[in-house]
Design a protein. Structure first.
Length: 198
């Protein structure tokens, strides 16, 4: 890059034209200014304004719903059920009434495991993970996408399990459980998983 700029400088000197020299400096000072803007865009102030953990996880919930295929869905509705104490707060409002597969997402808060079969997606919060074995056995074979954000949840039968690594959301996928439940997880989704359990 430096050699290229030096070559351009020589070219302007060779022509000896003041207009060409002016254009050279205007062009490269513009590029330098752009570089500064990009650099300032990654300043600590900007990083401090980044979305919270659970706001990012809400975005992942939406993508999980968009990249999963169900054998059938109820008319016009995709029930996203939160089991356990809600960690998302107002961030869930971003999902309410959004559409995935032409179905409107309806967020519901479920307290009893007996009500989970009425859901298409179940997010098991950290406060509800103590009942995981009961939830897994109750939903076994049903076309219900299970999601959590607790260590080891995928190995215990949760289909998608989120984690935070170096400030970024990552996830594991249990493809074997999804297939047994007749759910199809898109290959476009699975390519971003840190681990896929077959």
């Amino acid at each position: 890059m430096l050699n290229w700029i030096l070559g351009k400088q020589e070219e302007t000197v060779f022509y000896g034209n003041r207009c060409i020299i002016q254009r050279f400096f205007i062009r490269y000072f513009s590029i330098l200014s752009l570089c500064w803007l990009i650099f300032l865009g990654y300043s600590p102030l900007t990083q401090a304004e980044q979305p919270s953990e659970y706001r990012l996880k809400v975005a992942f919930l939406y993508n999980f719903s968009a990249y999963t295929e169900w054998p059938s869905l109820p008319d016009q509705v995709l029930n996203l059920c939160i089991y356990g104490e809600d960690p998302f707060g107002e961030n869930l409002q971003h999902l309410q009434h959004k559409k995935a597969h032409e179905h409107e997402i309806v967020v519901r808060h479920i307290r009893n495991t007996e009500d989970l079969p009425s859901c298409q997606i179940v997010f098991i919060t950290r406060s509800g993970i103590g009942n995981l074995s009961d939830i897994i056995s109750q939903l076994d074979g049903m076309p219900i996408l299970t999601i959590a954000d607790s260590p080891g949840a995928s190995q215990q039968g949760v289909m998608l399990n989120m984690a935070i690594k170096e400030g970024k959301v990552s996830f594991e996928a249990n493809l074997a459980i999804a297939k047994r439940s007749r759910l199809k997880l898109s290959s476009q989704l699975l390519r971003f998983a840190t681990e896929v359990y077959q």
